[in-house]
Design a protein around this ligand. Structure first.
Ligand code: 9G3
Length: 573
């Protein structure tokens, strides 16, 4: 391709509203342009990378035995009403009407559509297992689209759905997809971890894993063990407790007479204020948070230095909705404003985290404005509380799986998500098959997603330097950049065009910078767009020599024409 013809509008600076490095680079290197919030056009360079990502996904899906289909984006509302999800999703679900006033959604995902398809086209166990996939545009009207392709409103997803006769079959399909995902992300040059995850609203009985690209911009946090393979999304991450936190029943009769100390703490309600006031660490305090679980007030009690993990609380209570109570409710159920809430005298259900139950005593709110109580003894005052793991795991916690490891936290970008759905959709949509003993049974399903456009951004978050993008060779828009220093010099141009022709014939995607620009401009642009290998045709052209620069290495070496070509035809860069 001749760069003088290429639509590649580079920018000296990234627009100020682009915060993520990947977003800045895609704008500066001319890969995308925004049409509206969260909605982008892929320009030629961006489209070429996206296509290479799709191709890697497609190859590995096909190798895993999945069959590619393409489903519509427009989905009849009736299907979502049958699955019961039409009401669950709010403004995030794009809705529209056709000319006959019939309601449709623009698909954010395709469980309903694929289940309806298989319901009518697959009827016997002999046809199972079957995994179908597509690579298609999804629509989700995010409240705050941001960071370019990381959180868009119209994006490219590979979504696959497996159909099995039983759970053993699903475990095999799931494992096959899981392993294909490892191959895909490895081939894309991504640094990633697969982590245990929370099944969330999608439900499904059998568990789920997420594939996280490690990046500080990531919205997710994962906990990873230093010694074994344990890794989990923080929503779900457990932690080991050195000494088993057994609730020794208080010896003899309960020491109800434990001496509580009343402290006057006017307007001292935040942990930071309390630690100053009492000259104690946050782990000496007992934090009581009032929540509404499906509308009913409950108290979550954790140690002062910990954070409530709302997903764990929701799962423990099998609640579908959990939110912090507002001030008024807090005052109503505790008799005091937030910050003075405590476990003593509460008439609502209490959930106490293991770590707070392991405290001998602590300081808690007195359920009275401007007062705290010292010498609160959890094994006396929290004897009725529902014990559990209600806090976020933290760096340094010991691993819940192996004895010696400890947990480290990382930020991650979710680029893949695999679910065991079970019969969640085959039941609600009545999708059944005739089993070997002649009776109808609902399919056992799994679903498997990769955010293909998000993956492009995730790779960029990990592959750049101060001069711009450093593409992994497998997904670079072009693999070799041939840069003649002076396009007016016929010797240089002839050699540059010769090299370009030889490499294209050899199946190497090559970009020829035939622009009549100063060398400095050409080299800066070349560094910015991050093509893995640059061949400079300059002053040595007359003697048939060129200069090679491997983008990720940086040093420049002079070599002969044939040497350069055979290096470029290889894959050592
Ligand atoms: C919606 C809207 C947003 C959504 C969903 C539905 C996420 C929704 C979860 C999934 C699960 C899997 C198949 C590929 C892998 C992920 N956001 N999810 O179901 F209506 Cl507006 O999409 N789907």
């Amino acid at each position: 391709m001749r760069q003088s013809q290429l639509l590649m509008p580079t920018l000296r600076e990234a627009p100020s509203d682009a915060e993520a490095i990947s977003h800045q680079l895609m704008l500066r290197a001319g890969l995308i342009r925004q049409l509206a919030a969260g909605i982008y056009t892929y320009l030629p360079l961006g489209r070429r990378v996206l296509r290479k990502l799709e191709q890697i996904v497609r190859e590995e899906m096909d190798l895993a035995g999945a069959q590619e289909i393409l489903m519509p984006a427009m989905q009849p509302a009736e299907l979502w009403q049958q699955s019961g999800r039409y009401e669950i999703y709010g403004p995030e679900l794009m809705r529209l009407r056709d000319r006959h006033e019939r309601e449709f959604t623009l698909g954010p995902t395709h469980e309903e559509v694929i289940t309806a398809l298989v319901r009518s086209e697959v009827s016997s166990y002999r046809q199972l297992p079957m995994t179908l996939y597509q690579i298609q545009t999804k629509f989700r009207d995010e409240k705050r689209p941001r960071f370019g392709l990381l959180r868009g409103r119209e994006f490219l997803m590979k979504d696959a759905y497996s159909f099995d006769a039983d759970w053993e079959g699903l475990h095999r399909s799931y494992t096959s997809m899981y392993e294909a995902y490892h191959r895909i992300f490895t081939r894309c040059g991504l640094y990633f971890r697969s982590v245990e995850a929370d099944a969330g609203s999608i439900g499904g009985e059998g568990g789920t894993h997420e594939f996280m690209a490690l990046a500080d911009i990531g919205e997710d946090t994962i906990a990873v063990c230093s010694a074994c393979s344990y890794a989990a999304n923080l929503e779900k991450a457990e932690y080991g407790t050195k000494k088993q936190l057994v609730r020794e029943q208080a010896k003899g009769e309960k020491e109800l007479s434990a001496q509580l100390e009343r402290h006057h703490t006017p307007d001292i309600k935040k942990i930071e204020q309390l630690t100053d006031e009492f000259g104690l660490g946050a782990d000496s305090f007992i934090k009581t948070m009032i929540y509404l679980a499906d509308g009913k007030p409950i108290a979550i009690i954790i140690r002062g230095d910990h954070e409530v993990n709302e997903i764990k609380v929701k799962n423990k209570l099998s609640a579908s909705h959990l939110e912090l109570a507002d001030q008024a409710t807090t005052e109503l159920v505790t008799g005091a404003p937030a910050g003075f809430a405590g476990p003593i005298g509460l008439q609502i259900p209490m959930l106490a985290d293991f770590a707070v139950l392991a405290m001998d005593s602590g300081i808690a709110g007195a359920n009275e404005k401007d007062f705290h109580l010292g010498n609160v003894k959890p094994d006396v005052h929290l004897a009725e509380a529902l014990a559990g793991d209600y806090r976020n795991a933290e760096a340094g916690d010991c691993c819940p799986r192996c004895a010696e490891g400890s947990l480290t936290l990382y930020r991650g970008i979710e680029v893949g998500h695999v679910f065991k759905l079970g019969t969640k959709y085959s039941e609600s949509l009545q999708a059944k098959y005739l089993n070997a003993s002649g009776s109808m049974q609902p399919f056992i399903m799994g679903c498997y997603g990769i955010g293909v456009s998000r993956l492009l951004s995730a790779v960029l978050e990990q592959h750049s330097d101060g001069n711009g993008i450093v593409w992994p060779r497998s997904i670079a828009p072009y693999q070799v950049h041939v840069v003649p220093v002076s396009v007016k010099d016929p010797v240089q141009m002839d050699l540059a065009m010769h090299i370009t022709a030889r490499l294209n014939e050899g199946g190497v995607d090559t970009l020829l910078d035939d622009r009549d620009e100063r060398p400095g401009v050409k080299f800066k642009d070349s560094d910015l767009i991050g093509i893995p290998l640059r061949i400079v045709v300059g002053k040595h052209a007359a003697e048939g020599a060129v200069e090679l620069k491997v983008r990720k290495a940086g040093e420049i070496q002079k070599c002969g024409l044939e040497e350069a070509i055979s290096f470029a035809l290889g894959s050592e860069y």
